[in-house]
Design a protein around this ligand. Structure first.
Ligand SMILES: [Zn+2]
Length: 124
């Protein structure tokens, strides 16, 4: 996960690799999917798309495709070699009714190898 640099946003997003660039190595604009801030440009030979963290977690939890996760609280913690993101999510249906609640933790160790471990618990 990467974090938006806009102080009013600071949400986390991830980069999804779409394809190799047809133009070879080029600069790709990395734009926050929440607030459209240009976070950085990346020198790369692939095309990327930024995706909201929820899109990854919705698949991980396996909620119905018409439902959405709405974060009610988020906590980002960082120690020397571990990052833990905790999200409290409401799962809402297409009518906006809360049908379930979850606590999801995404922890990634920074060294020696970056590894993600996503766990979640249904709390309601
Ligand atoms: Zn943003």
């Amino acid at each position: 996960m990467e974090q938006c640099t806009n102080p009013d946003c600071k949400k986390k997003y991830w980069l999804s690799r779409i394809s190799d660039s047809v133009y070879g190595k080029d600069y790709e604009d990395i734009i926050c999917p929440y607030c459209n801030t240009l976070v950085r440009t990346m020198d790369t030979s692939a095309c990327f798309m930024t995706r909201k963290a929820e899109e990854l977690y919705e698949g991980k939890i396996g909620i119905a495709s018409e439902n959405k996760l709405i974060a009610t609280l988020t906590k980002f913690e960082k120690s020397s070699n571990l990052e833990i993101d905790t999200y409290w999510y409401d799962e809402v249906d297409s009518e906006g009714k809360v049908v379930a609640k979850y606590i999801l933790k995404d922890s990634s160790s920074i060294s020696p190898v970056r590894e993600n471990n996503i766990t979640f618990e249904k709390i309601g």
